[in-house]
Design a protein around this ligand. Structure first.
Ligand code: KG4
Ligand code: ZN
Length: 361
């Protein structure tokens, strides 16, 4: 007898990426992402433009995802969507589309929390080589044995969720039993990196640009103070301000200071933020006697964060779980991954559910 397989179509539209994915039993059949370039000229996401772009993108993106997956619509068992948190106008496009599509197919709906989706991306089944080669690329010279031979984490594990909107240290007891150990009290780490890039006029989003330029720079060239925040919480607004004031003073002496020291500035601010992030993650894992540590969210694409997590885990004999690049920034495969576990539990959503913009449900 053939085993019963679960095929999920998922939609992600919480911010400025329109994405649709098809996963069958946690294996990716397709994961299509349309990134919106329109925001670059404004140096940040413009909500009204984002929702308009989602409206333009959603049908072609879903159509491409279904075609790339090579499946017929009738094979879909459930339609999943990101319900929140995110931008209301953006969420509404994906939520409405998912509801209409599920209704037309006569299939159940599954609502997914965007933050949980980032974390549960670690349960997507990828070829072992894919994880290993990506990790190897992130940490040149380090042996691939530094990375876990396990393909997915087991409970309990700690996950640092770092994106443009969120920075949290999470302790996962189960897929949906997630304890928030620490959180940022102001800006998110990605937001701080993007603002540093904006101060230097590097372009948007700044994270990947700083990552690239930092490779040529000295991380110890400049020191930026990190705040003393209790427990596992973070604060990034002070780092951003000290970076701004430092540059303002230097620019008075040398108007081309940024141009002359771009790589060192990128390497130093990146090093400051990554060290601050991982110091608390290491503490949390030690305090909770957890030996598996994961990273998720857009900033988990950062090459220094990836290699430093591997180094710390290697030092303690822990397993590091580092997502392939395609699952770091916003994507619908992670939404389908979270939905898979809800499907197993029969946890389906009511058609009347509205999106939510904030909160950690
Ligand atoms: O998860 P994500 O796509 O969207 C949110 O849910 O916020 O994360 C976007 C964030 C942006 O701040 C972006 O600059 C950052 O992830 N990011 C990076 C890198 N790639 C993306 N930050 C540092 N290094 C990178 N390589
Ligand atoms: Zn995200």
């Amino acid at each position: 007898m053939q085993p019963i397989m679960t095929t999920i179509l998922a939609i992600e539209s919480s911010c400025d990426d329109t994405s649709a994915a098809v996963l069958r039993d946690q294996r990716v059949l397709s994961n299509v992402i349309a990134s919106q370039k329109v925001h670059e000229q404004y140096g940040g996401v413009v909500p009204e433009l984002a929702s308009r772009a989602h409206q333009q993108n959603i049908i072609p993106v879903v159509d491409t995802a279904l075609r790339q997956a090579g499946i017929d619509k009738a094979e879909i068992d459930a339609v999943a969507f990101t319900r929140g948190p995110g931008l209301l106008g953006s969420l509404l496009v994906g939520v409405s589309f998912a509801k209409s599509f599920a209704t037309a197919l006569g299939k159940p709906l599954i609502e997914v929390n965007h933050l949980q989706a980032h974390v549960l991306s670690h349960f997507i089944k990828v070829e072992n080589g894919e994880r290993r080669s990506e990790n190897k690329a992130a940490a040149p010279g380090q042996s691939s044995t530094l990375h876990s031979p396990l393909s997915t984490p087991s409970f309990p594990f700690i996950c640092l969720l770092v994106s443009g909107g969120h920075t949290q240290i999470l302790l996962l007891h189960d897929h949906f039993d997630i304890e928030v150990l620490g959180t940022t009290i102001d800006d998110a780490a990605g937001e701080a990196i993007d603002k540093a890039a904006k101060i230097m006029d590097l372009g948007y989003p700044g994270g990947p640009i700083i990552d690239r330029l930092a490779k040529e720079g000295n991380p110890d060239a400049f020191q930026f103070a990190t705040p003393h925040i209790a427990g596992y919480n973070y604060s990034f607004s002070g780092i951003k301000t000290s970076f701004l004031y430092f540059l303002r003073d230097r620019l008075k002496e040398d108007p081309d200071f940024i141009e002359h020291h771009k790589a060192d500035l990128c390497a130093s601010i990146q090093h400051t933020i990554v060290s601050f992030l991982l110091k608390k993650v290491e503490r949390a894992a030690l305090d909770h006697h957890v030996r598996q540590v994961a990273i998720a969210g857009g900033v988990s694409a950062n090459s220094l964060l990836r290699s430093e997590l591997q180094r710390i885990c290697h030092k303690h004999g822990w397993h590091a779980f580092i997502p392939p690049f395609s699952f770091c920034t916003d994507n619908a495969a992670m939404v389908a991954s979270a939905a898979y576990f809800k499907y197993q539990r029969g946890d389906f959503a009511d058609i009347a559910l509205p999106p939510y913009t904030r909160g950690e449900r």
